[in-house]
Ligand binder design. Structure first.
Ligand code: PBG
Length: 326
C-alpha cells in the first residue's frame, strides 16, 4: 500500500505514538563503564584529551562506584596505569597477584559485590614498548605473549574478576585463556573477546590516559586493517570456537557495519566499544558549542543498539544512564 493510503508520518504525530513504535531503546544495564585506576593516594585527575573523565586512585574511587551503582550500571571494565619503573618487555607486573589491577578487583568486589567486574587483558600498560605483546627484534611475539595473557587472566580471576576481556588481538589467546582458567578451577569466569579490534587512530586519548602509546611502530601487525569486514567474521568465528562468551567490535561509530554483520551472523552477545576518540569528538564539539552533547551522545549510543549491539562499553555510561532514568 502506498501514498496516499499510507502516510508514514502518522506514526510520528506525537511523543506517545513515537514511543509506542520505537524499535530500539537504551537501558543502563546495556552499559559497561570503563574505569582508569592509578597508584597512589588522593588522586582524581581529569584526562586532558577526555574532558570530564578521570583517573582515580583506589581511595578516591568509592564515590564514583556509588554513583554508577545508583544510576543502575551493573558492569565496570578496569584499566590500570602502571608507573614506568614497573614496566618491562614481558609485562611481568601484570602477573603480580598484589598488583594494582588485582587490588582494584578486590576493592570493588568488597565495596560493591553486585558489580560485574571485567578486566582488560593486554600487556600494553605494562610494556616498556607500549605494545600489547612481548617484543623481540621489533616483532610482537604471539605464542609467548599468549602464555603471559593466560597467566594474567588467572591472576585476575583469583582476585575476583567475573570476566576477563582480552584486548590484545594475539591469535589463539581465547582458547589458551579458557584452558588456563578451567585448569585453575575458574569454570565460571567468562571471556569477553575483543574479536574485531581494528588498528584505529580513535584510541589516541586512551593512550594518553594510560601513557600506553607504542614506543615504536604501530599496532598493525596484530590489530585489524580498517578496510576489512570479512576478516572480522573470521576473527569472531574463531573466538567463539575457542570459548568466548561475548564478542566485541571496536571502535564503535565508524564500524557499525561490522557490529551489524557480527550480530546478523552469530548467536552470541555482541558488545561494542565506543572508544576514547569517539568520546573526545563529541565532548570537544560540544564544548565549542557546535554540537548538543546530550543529544549527539544518546543518538550515537542508540545507533549501536540499532546495529545489533547488546552491550556498549562507553565513557558516557554514567551520563547516559542519568538521562535514561529521568
Ligand atoms: C589496550 C586497549 C586499548 C583500548 C582498550 N584496550 C588501546 C590500544 O589498543 O592501543 C582503547 C580504548 C579506547 O580508545 O577507548 N589493549
Amino acid at each position: 500500500m502506498s501514498f496516499p493510503n499510507t502516510r508514514l508520518r502518522r506514526l510520528r504525530t506525537n511523543p506517545a505514538i513515537r514511543a509506542m513504535v520505537e524499535e530500539n531503546s537504551l537501558s543502563p544495564v546495556d552499559f559497561i563503564a570503563p574505569l582508569f585506576i592509578v597508584e597512589g593516594n588522593g588522586v582524581k585527575e581529569e584526562i586532558e584529551s577526555m574532558p570530564d573523565y578521570f583517573r582515580y586512585s583506589l581511595d578516591r574511587l568509592q564515590p564514583e562506584l556509588d554513583e554508577l551503582a545508583e544510576v543502575g550500571i551493573r558492569s565496570v571494565l578496569l584499566f590500570v596505569k602502571v608507573p614506568d619503573e614497573k614496566k618491562g618487555n614481558k609485562g611481568t607486573e601484570a602477573l603480580n597477584d598484589s598488583g594494582l589491577m588485582q587490588e582494584s578487583i578486590r576493592f570493588i568486589k568488597e565495596s560493591h559485590p553486585e558489580f560485574f567486574i571485567m578486566t582488560d587483558i593486554a600487556l600494553d600498560p605494562y610494556s616498556s614498548y607500549g605494545h600489547d605483546g612481548i617484543v623481540e627484534d621489533g616483532e610482537i611475539l604471539n605464542d609467548e605473549t599468549v602464555e603471559v595473557l593466560a597467566k594474567m587472566s588467572v591472576s585476575h580471576a583469583k582476585a575476583g574478576a567475573d570476566m576477563v576481556a582480552p584486548s590484545d588481538m594475539m591469535d589463539g589467546r581465547i582458547g589458551e585463556i579458557r584452558k588456563a582458567l578451567d585448569k585453575a578451577g575458574f569454570l565460571n569466569t567468562g571471556i569477553m573477546a575483543y574479536s574485531a579490534k581494528y588498528a584505529s587512530s580513535f584510541y589516541g586519548p586512551f593512550r594518553d590516559a594510560l601513557d600506553s602509546a607504542p614506543g615504536f611502530g604501530d599496532k598493525k601487525t596484530y590489530q585489524m586493517n580498517p578496510a576489512n569486514l570479512q576478516e572480522a567474521l573470521r576473527e569472531v568465528e574463531q573466538d567463539i570456537e575457542e570459548g568466548a562468551d561475548i564478542v566485541m567490535v571496536k571502535p564503535g561509530m565508524p564500524y557499525l557495519d561490522v557490529v551489524k554483520a557480527v550480530s546478523d551472523n552469530f548467536n552470541i552477545p555482541v558488545s561494542v566499544y565506543n572508544v576514547s576518540g569517539e568520546y573526545a569528538m563529541i565532548k570537544a564539539a560540544a564544548k565549542q558549542g557546535w554540537l548538543n552533547e546530550e543529544e549527539t551522545m544518546m543518538e550515537s549510543l542508540l545507533a549501536f543498539k540499532r546495529a545489533g549491539a547488546d552491550l556498549i562499553a562507553t565513557y558516557f555510561a554514567k551520563e547516559a544512564a542519568k538521562i535514561i532514568n529521568r
